[in-house]
Write a new protein. Structure first.
Length: 432
């Protein structure tokens, strides 16, 4: 038998001789390790950080903290030998709490506890509750607050049934964003209704309910069968001039870019408002490498006081919070409301001709703008945005608008100078 095989056989026999029981037991000294010395306690929102000096004891493997929160639940947290602090959290209120710190040996022997008192500050879910605002908006309510610590919070929204007076849950909003804003819609307009919001943290603590009586404002989704493309142009103003796009050197204010195409594609301007959200091929997709900003202009078919819009990115994993997914856009509305697009002034910077309806940042669910490195890295919250679209509320100007011009300033592409704009669908809302 070859020497290598013999050595391997002997190793197996020795391992078997140790016995299964010994394999499952900790290996190391069972001598009681020395205790840590607490240096400082830093109290933060809903938690505390305990700093300590480690003992000069080679037998110390880690430090274990054990504590009980105000709702009677015992938690524990371990800290490696290589760190000098441990975080204790999960507290539902301010107060004083006892924490026991154990030194643990390699053989899993515990020292006597070192007891320390912590005084966590007001927890994040209650801080968010303190600043919670509920106001009427189009067809529903607008909920805002601050989440300064970036804690993971859930906002449950309820409405009181007008007949039974029971509170019925009508939506839940999850966020870790430092600035919270969400809308709950599809409610009766112009009628006083009772709404309620409660906030829950990841530990299961609930804030008190906050109630408000308000009447949502009326709005309608604009009928897309009236929408048309408007081909403005810097030179003639009637869309008859189309500059040479060789090398993609276009005027910065040009009305649009040539559409990208590939085998079997359905890429065209009208895909912006064809009602199809879930297709990756039926979309608006400009040619790659076209210089930013990109523009497109839509004739809404009638004049409306615009309230908001929803934009869905192209339903393609390789361009969801990546690539051609719009990130920063500006929306303008024309003061001209007649039926002849040739009478439009082709200069969005002319404040007499175009109204600034808002600058919008289409962020990820956590409020960040970092593109995902891979196609399957999105969070569940980001997938909800892909499904439901980016919802943006426009400036309330109380002035009818028939022509809307969208300027795409930046996408999630890694360079602002390269890429294409890829949009699955856009919907506008407002009232006459």
């Amino acid at each position: 038998m070859k020497p290598i095989k013999i050595a391997f056989f002997i190793a197996l026999m020795l391992l078997y001789a140790c016995g299964v029981d010994q394999l499952n037991n900790p290996i190391g000294s069972t001598e009681v390790p020395k205790q840590v010395t607490v240096k400082e306690v830093v109290n933060i929102s809903g938690a505390s950080i305990i700093y300590y000096d480690r003992p000069n004891d080679a037998n110390l493997q880690y430090v274990k903290a054990v504590w009980t929160t105000d709702d009677g639940i015992e938690y524990n947290q371990t800290a490696s030998f290589y760190t000098d602090s441990v975080v204790v959290d999960g507290f539902g209120s301010e107060g004083s709490f006892k924490v026991k710190l154990y030194s643990v040996s390699h053989g899993q022997t515990f020292s006597a506890p070192v007891e320390v008192t912590v005084n966590p500050l007001r927890p994040p879910y209650l801080m968010a509750y303190d600043n919670l605002q509920i106001n009427p908006t189009f067809m529903g309510i607008r909920v805002t607050t601050e989440n300064e610590t970036g804690a993971k919070l859930a906002f449950r929204t309820f409405k009181q049934d007008l007949v039974t007076n029971e509170w019925v849950e009508v939506g839940t909003h999850y966020t870790v964003a430092p600035s919270v804003e969400y809308f709950n819609r599809e409610h009766e307009p112009d009628i006083d209704q009772n709404f309620r919001v409660q906030i829950r943290d990841k530990w299961g603590h609930w804030s008190p309910p906050k109630d408000v009586v308000c009447a949502p404002w009326f709005e309608m989704q604009l009928p897309k069968n009236l929408f048309k493309e408007v081909a403005l142009c810097n030179l003639d103003g009637d869309g008859s001039y189309v500059p040479d796009q060789t090398g993609y050197a276009l005027p910065s204010n040009f009305w649009g870019h040539k559409m990208h195409s590939w085998s079997g594609s359905n890429v065209q301007f009208t895909r912006l408002f064809d009602g199809v959200v879930g297709s990756s091929s039926e979309c608006y997709h400009t040619k790659p490498l076209a210089p930013f900003p990109h523009h497109f202009t839509i004739d809404l078919g009638d004049a409306y006081n615009l309230s908001r819009f929803i934009l869905w990115p192209r339903n393609d994993p390789s361009n969801q919070f990546r690539g051609g997914h719009p990130q920063i856009i500006q929306v303008y509305g024309a003061t001209y409301t007649g039926s002849n697009p040739s009478e439009l002034v082709d200069d969005i910077y002319d404040t007499n001709a175009w109204l600034n309806l808002g600058l919008f940042y289409l962020s990820r669910a956590d409020g960040s703008f970092d593109p995902y490195p891979g196609t399957n890295d999105r969070t569940a919250e980001d997938n909800l945005i892909i499904q439901n679209g980016h919802e943006m509320t426009m400036k309330s100007l109380d002035q009818p608008v028939r022509y809307v011009r969208v300027q795409i300033i930046k996408t999630f592409a890694t360079s602002v100078h390269a890429g294409s704009t890829q949009i699955g669908e856009i919907s506008f809302f407002g009232s006459r």
